[in-house]
Design a protein around this ligand. Structure first.
Ligand SMILES: NC(=O)c1ccc[n+]([C@@H]2O[C@H](COP(=O)([O-])OP(=O)(O)OC[C@H]3O[C@@H](n4cnc5c(N)ncnc54)[C@H](OP(=O)(O)O)[C@@H]3O)[C@@H](O)[C@H]2O)c1
Length: 244
């Protein structure tokens, strides 16, 4: 099958690329750095012998970017899977930054994914098959005093994936959304974490194992489901005292 992975060159995206190539799938790897992608593609080709193409491009919601990605993907043939393990967070994301800053975080964490999905989903529905997988964050379950724009974007992304799951309901197109806890990647590197980080390899295995299922929303690692439930039920008078 043919998979497009946006945010393929590091962390979870890299682990997903490896696991899918190992299973013999053809891939289009997308991320910002051409050199990273070239090295990764050569490595996967040598190890697994599948067709691996690359596109150095930052996902945004403008028509030109979306067309460029669509054209590159079409070279593989019909797209069976569209995976979005990209993410962009900043330490100073305090909700009081410039419009350009906000725009950049929204493009990387929300609007780019919505625009590309909007372009690819109709052809999947027409063929009555396909997988679209998005990745959110447990940081978005409740608004906190940090990661403010990132969390807002991820909350929007979660809503978007639930909505497209409605559109695809009853068809052969599977829509998955993962609400992720900490992963051992550059996004969490050097941070003091209150809970252990999971390996991106484990997360990738979970995603691929469940592609055919109809689970919709999955918390990974699974224990986060209960932590997030407790946080959502915590009254504001208590929640406001939690400094995180
Ligand atoms: N790590 C965690 O603790 C954690 C926790 C909760 C949720 N998540 C979510 O889990 C997913 C995977 O995170 P990760 O930790 O694996 O991230 P990561 O290690 O930072 O890797 C992100 C990947 O996305 C690419 N990327 C970033 N912005 C992009 C853009 N606009 N267009 C195209 N590619 C872009 C990066 O490459 P370039 O920079 O070269 O483009 C890189 O390949 C993300 O959705 C993240 O928000 C992570």
């Amino acid at each position: 099958m043919n998979f497009v992975i946006v945010g393929a060159s590091a962390g979870l995206g890299r682990a997903l690329s490896d696991a899918l190539a190992e299973k013999g799938h053809n891939l289009l790897l997308i991320a910002g750095d051409e050199r990273d992608l070239q090295i990764q593609a050569s490595d996967l080709q040598i190890r697994y012998g599948t067709e691996i193409s690359t596109l150095a491009c930052r996902l945004k919601s403008d028509a030109e970017t979306i067309e460029t990605i669509e054209k590159s993907a079409q070279k593989l043939g019909a797209i069976d899977g569209l995976l979005f393990p990209l993410g962009l967070s900043r330490d100073n994301d305090d909700g009081m930054q410039s419009p350009q800053y906000v725009h950049e975080l929204l493009e990387a964490n929300l609007s780019g994914t919505m625009a590309l999905t909007g372009r690819i989903l109709p052809s999947m529905l027409e063929r009555n098959r396909g997988y679209i997988v998005g990745f959110g964050s447990v940081a978005a379950d409740r608004g906190r005093g940090s990661n403010i724009v990132y969390a807002a974007a991820k909350r929007g992304l979660s809503s978007f994936f639930e909505s497209i799951r409605h559109k695809a309901a009853g068809s052969g197109v599977k829509i998955h959304f993962y609400q992720l806890g900490y992963l051992e990647t550059s996004l969490s590197f050097g941070k003091r974490l209150p809970f252990p980080a999971a390996s991106p390899k484990q997360a990738a295995r979970e995603v691929i194992r469940h592609l055919e299922t109809d689970r919709g929303l999955t918390y990974f690692p699974a224990f986060w489901r209960w932590i997030c439930l407790a946080l959502r039920m915590t009254p504001w008078s208590v929640f406001k005292k939690l400094r995180f």
